[in-house]
Ligand binder design. Structure first.
Ligand SMILES: Nc1ncnc2c1ncn2[C@@H]1O[C@H](COP(=O)(O)OP(=O)(O)OP(=O)(O)O)[C@@H](O)[C@H]1O
Ligand SMILES: [Mg+2]
Ligand SMILES: [Zn+2]
Length: 535
């Protein structure tokens, strides 16, 4: 049996026609070859695995092919076949990284002075050209200034900024683009049709996104997956590559939006147990925060996201529970976290610290750390006092520093006093579902709405809640109202203004301690159930 050949090698395109997603380059090269107007030196630049070396090899064949077809090599003539077998001394591939000295370039020059043996052109393909020494570049420069007419150069590099301007100015430059997820996914499906495995669309797309624009990486990932299963689905990718499911990413995003640190940490713990790659997870988190940012700023242009339709829908839902400022803040925090993770010993802890910070709503208190510390100290004192004698002292309230309302300022303007004209209001049938939705993004407030009823007035667009829990009035904020309005819109398909009215109930009042704990939670202080019921 033949030795196993990696997919990316096996499927290296043999013609320009077969190159994916670089039409601006392949079209130009084909035209030049057809018209016999090729340049004597080219510089191919662009990120890893986008087709630079591949195009250089095709070019070398095409200019020498005995029967080129529309600028592509025929692959059948003796030149094409010998070139493919690496048996042509006139096509010379040099690795710039290991032949980077002056001496190597000098011997190259000696070699270039000799006429080609069998081909029309001697083609030098110099890969990783940026690795050459300054002396080597100088020697190279002399060579490309006045090359013999039968010599062509193709330089390839991922790091164009390391190539001297003197060289750049003497080359025709082609910039290879990162390949779009859909183009990579298409290539994956094309390959799967000819191989002994199948790939689901979602899996192909996932691989494409993970590869971040590089076809070689995509095909290596595909190789890993094919080793695990003949039917490659989303789970195969997640298992084989050790990445977390996108659902995990969404879960953590929802937790950030709801300021629910424990939900975020639990998810990280789970991923850790499953040996998922924390760095990759952080990276995906930042990718999806970028998607949220784009959705907020250009909601109409979902093509920028490069995501599957289902994912777009989920992301749109998540975006509703964020403000743009919140997304930007999270994005920069997670990017910094990614940076630190590449250096840090404990990646998991880096990620956890970042998430706790993001979930703790410190943002609202930015520049106000002292005030927050004071408030926490006061709360702690209250708690201690309460434990001692069971009598709550006055709750500490947030100091008012700025004229804008705090994020947690009670939204009493949403309260309806007196008796609304109930004849125009109809009961909201799916209220329980609305609350479930709301619970996903804002569990602390949704809890206060238990046992509430809701009525909608389609004429004035008001959704009126009748609320029993006294705490609700104190804690319900504009932001909460916004989130609830969105939850209602998702379920009811209509945008309502949220209003509420307190109704009397014979049920017992919430215990003072619960009030305090609720406040403490609002401040981002962790209070466990055990502690709160122990009083
Ligand atoms: N545009 C493309 N269309 C189809 N396949 C591609 C394309 N680009 C890369 N590939 C696949 O990836 C493999 C590697 O491509 P290639 O060696 O040309 O990349 P490169 O741009 O030279 O990358 P590097 O900068 O890492 O050298 C190829 O063998 C091929 O399977
Ligand atoms: Mg290359
Ligand atoms: Zn040929």
């Amino acid at each position: 049996m033949a030795a196993y050949e990696a997919l990316y090698r096996k499927w290296r395109p043999q013609t320009f026609e077969d190159i994916v997603a670089q039409p601006h380059i392949t079209r130009t090269l084909k035209n030049q070859i057809m018209r016999e107007k090729t340049a004597h030196a080219y510089l191919f630049t662009g990120s890893r695995g986008t087709g630079k070396t591949t195009c250089a090899r095709i070019f070398a064949k095409a200019v020498n092919c005995l029967h080129p077809k529309d600028g592509d090599p025929c692959l059948e003539c003796e030149i094409c076949r010998d070139a493919e077998a690496g048996a042509l001394t006139d096509i010379i591939e040099i690795d710039g990284a290991s032949n980077n000295g002056v001496d190597e370039v000098r011997s190259l020059r000696g070699n270039a002075a000799l006429l080609p043996v069998r081909c029309k052109y001697k083609v030098y393909v110099i890969d990783e050209v940026h690795m050459m020494s300054a002396g080597a570049f100088n020697a190279l420069l002399k060579m490309i200034e006045e090359p013999p007419p039968y010599v062509k150069f193709v330089f390839a590099t991922t790091e164009i900024h390391k190539v001297p301007a003197t060289i750049l100015s003497r080359c025709q430059r082609f910039d290879f683009r990162r390949i779009l997820p859909e183009d990579i996914a298409g290539r994956i499906q094309y390959i799967a049709e000819h191989e002994s495995f199948s790939v689901s669309d979602a899996a192909a797309h996932r691989i494409a996104v993970l590869a971040d624009g590089g076809m070689r990486d995509a095909l290596s990932l595909l190789d890993q997956c094919a080793a695990v299963s003949e039917e490659i689905g989303l789970e195969t990718v997640e298992e084989a590559v050790g990445v977390a499911g996108t659902e995990s990413v969404y879960e953590v995003l929802r937790a950030i939006a709801a300021h629910n640190a424990s939900a975020a940490l639990e998810r990280i713990d789970l991923l850790y147990q499953q040996s998922k790659d924390m760095t990759r997870f952080a990276d995906e988190l930042s990718q999806q925060l970028r998607s949220l940012m784009l959705l907020k700023t250009a909601p109409g242009d979902v093509s920028l996201l490069g995501a599957m339709p289902d994912d777009v829908k989920t992301l749109q839902e998540i975006a509703q529970s964020f403000t743009l400022a919140g997304i930007l803040d999270a994005l920069s925090a997670v990017r910094q976290c990614c940076d630190r993770m590449t250096r840090a010993g404990n990646r998991r802890m880096e990620l956890e610290m970042t998430l706790i910070r993001l979930c703790s709503d410190f943002q609202a208190q930015k520049g106000d750390v002292q005030a927050l510390t004071d408030r926490i100290a006061a709360l702690e004192q209250q708690l201690a006092e309460l434990k001692r004698n069971g009598v709550p002292a006055a709750l500490p309230s947030a100091p008012r520093r700025d004229p804008q309302p705090k994020r947690d300022a009670p939204a009493n303007n949403l309260q309806i006093e007196g008796k609304p004209d109930t004849s125009k209001y109809l009961p909201v049938k799916n209220w329980a579902t609305v609350l479930e939705r709301f619970d996903e993004v804002n569990p602390s407030v949704s809890g206060l709405l238990q046992g509430s009823d809701a009525f909608a007035n389609d004429e004035n667009g008001i959704l009126l809640m009748l609320v029993k829990n006294k705490l609700f009035r104190k804690l319900f904020s504009q932001r909460d109202a916004g989130m609830l309005g969105q939850a209602a819109q998702q379920v009811l398909g209509k945008k309502y203004s949220i209003r509420f009215k307190m109704v009397e109930t014979a049920e017992e009042q919430p215990a003072p301690a619960d009030v305090l704990f609720q406040r403490a939670r609002e401040q981002g202080i962790e209070v466990t159930e055990q502690e709160s019921s122990g009083i």
